[in-house]
Design a protein around this ligand. Structure first.
Ligand SMILES: Nc1ncnc2c1ncn2[C@@H]1O[C@H](COP(=O)(O)OP(=O)(O)O)[C@@H](O)[C@H]1O
Ligand SMILES: C[C@@](O)(CCOP(=O)(O)O)CC(=O)O
Ligand SMILES: [Mg+2]
Length: 458
């Protein structure tokens, strides 16, 4: 009974361990249902997932080309993430642990039919009610070195291209209050021109993720964009007849993750690659210096996510930590090493079989202590914020441990909800946090990574 409740939150992450934790008494589902960010409606019908047949032959490729000429639409979705430990330090070579969450960014790509006679590239940010468009001729003129798509070789955006793209974005007169979108739009223009070239299309983006809050909306955007764009390139062959969400094969995942990383560079300056990697592959990963290790959690982790709603910019925060590391190299390298040890220990605890030498409660206590230590080190890096400290103090009153997640400086905070915690306590802490103006919710941890869905194929 109780395992059913947990399965709603921890699906696909730790199914075997659920039976072992049947004693758990807290019904998180009420929270999941009532506090979760509303799912945007989608016209695509969900069908069971299927991993792509990597032996796709040229016949399918031909079919794809033919369909591209007819009205053809593809939709990609990529999840957000939480970083359980190691943000910022991971940029400097330390280990970090992250998991995907069940909140997605969706990108729909549609090419006009020949009768539509449209010669523009349109970007619609549906949730924000914003639309941008560029005549194809203007893109060709501004970006003479792009437009010869070579999608199998992800390359960094040159400084010349980035300045030309900035002009193309500035000309769109983005409202001052939404100027943070410029870097996302730049990443879009660059990924589009590099992967597809100069072809008219309409790209629609919507997201269940709060933007700029530490849940990896920038990476989810780059991953979903790369997936949608690559599905029309010669580098990727897909079974267009498949109905419903389709997983990519390993080679395609590797390719699209590299493209998404190049997009993240435009947004973050110096990303570690953890966000795009966890959004691409899903589930839970340990990440260090560009290498991922997939992790299977044996602990049914339930995190309350509190969005302080304090806006911040990942690029500026990452740069701030690097500057501090330049000013205090010895001290900061010890901080980064300490974070590395915390992430390594965390990954061992969450993967260890239960019951072994540690009970679930003991494991949760250790995880909480490691989170607390990581938060202390993030404070040393200078990325905490008064709003984050308020969340820490509030949750501590209820003996709960929290840490910031993502770049910090505001954004989201994670609070570990032990499995035996009573619902009354969760109610109290949530209502106290919400009375401070914060927004609390939970999300499924560790679901699938990027997926794609075709429509118009018959
Ligand atoms: N759905 C989206 N539509 C437009 N831009 C987006 C979207 N998602 C992310 N972005 C871009 O990513 C930026 C936020 O990224 P970042 O500061 O790294 O925070 P996070 O990745 O934690 O959400 C936004 O300001 C915007 O430029
Ligand atoms: C701070 C950092 O570790 C994570 C940033 O995540 P987000 O953009 O705040 O969701 C940066 C990185 O790893 O690239
Ligand atoms: Mg980001």
């Amino acid at each position: 009974m109780e395992s059913m409740r947990f399965s709603h939150l921890t699906h696909s992450l730790c199914t075997e361990s659920l039976e072992e934790y049947q004693e758990a008494s807290f019904n998180i589902n009420n929270y999941y249902n009532s506090r979760r960010i509303q799912f945007n409606s989608t016209k695509f019908q969900e069908k069971p997932n299927k991993t792509r047949d990597t032996t796709t032959n040229t016949k399918k490729k031909k079919k794809k080309k033919k369909n591209t000429e007819r009205e053809m639409e593809v939709k990609a979705r990529a999840p957000g993430k939480i970083i359980l430990s190691g943000e910022h330090a991971v940029v400097h070579g330390s280990t970090a642990v992250a998991a995907s969450i069940g909140l997605y960014t969706y990108v729909t790509l549609r090419f006009p039919t020949s009768s539509e006679n449209d010669d523009t590239l349109k970007l619609q940010l549906e949730d924000l009610s914003l639309e941008f468009s560029w005549p194809i001729g203007k893109l060709k003129e501004a970006l003479p070195d792009l437009g010869f798509p070579f999608s199998s070789t992800p390359t960094p955006c040159s400084t010349e291209a980035i300045s030309s793209i900035s002009v193309l974005v500035e000309e769109q007169n983005i409202p001052e209050a939404k100027i943070g979108l410029s870097s996302g739009i730049s990443a879009f223009l660059w990924l589009y021109s590099s992967i597809i070239g100069f072809k008219p299309a309409t790209v629609v983006v919507n997201s269940e993720l709060p933007l700029g809050s530490g849940l990896g909306s920038s990476a989810a955007l780059c991953v979903a964009l790369s997936a949608a764009l690559l599905s029309f390139s010669d580098s990727v062959n897909l079974d267009l007849s498949h109905q419903g969400w389709l997983l990519f094969g390993e080679n395609e995942l590797e390719l699209l993750n590299k493209w998404a990383f190049e997009g993240e560079k435009i947004l973050h300056g110096r990303p570690s690659g953890i966000d795009n990697t966890v959004s691409t592959y899903g589930n839970m990963i340990k990440f260090r210096s560009g290498n991922l290790t997939r992790i299977k959690s044996k602990v049914p982790l339930i995190m309350l996510i509190t969005n302080t709603k304090v806006g911040r910019n990942t690029k500026a925060l990452v740069a701030g930590v690097s500057e501090r590391a330049i000013r205090h190299p010895n001290a900061m390298s010890l901080v980064f090493n300490a974070v590395d040890s915390i992430s390594e220990e965390l990954s061992i605890i969450i993967q260890s079989d239960a019951p072994d030498d540690l009970s679930l409660t003991e494991k949760e206590e250790k995880i909480a202590e490691l989170m607390e230590m990581n938060q202390g080190l993030l404070q040393c890096m200078g990325v905490s914020h008064a709003s984050i400290e308020t969340v820490l103090r509030t949750t501590l009153k209820y003996k709960l441990t929290s840490k910031l997640t993502g770049a910090g400086g505001g954004g989201c905070v994670l609070t570990l909800l032990p499995t035996l915690l009573s619902e009354t306590v969760v109610d109290k802490v949530v209502s106290e946090l919400e009375s401070c103006g914060f927004q609390c919710f939970t999300a499924g941890i560790g679901g699938n990574g990027v997926e794609i869905c075709f429509s118009g194929s018959s």
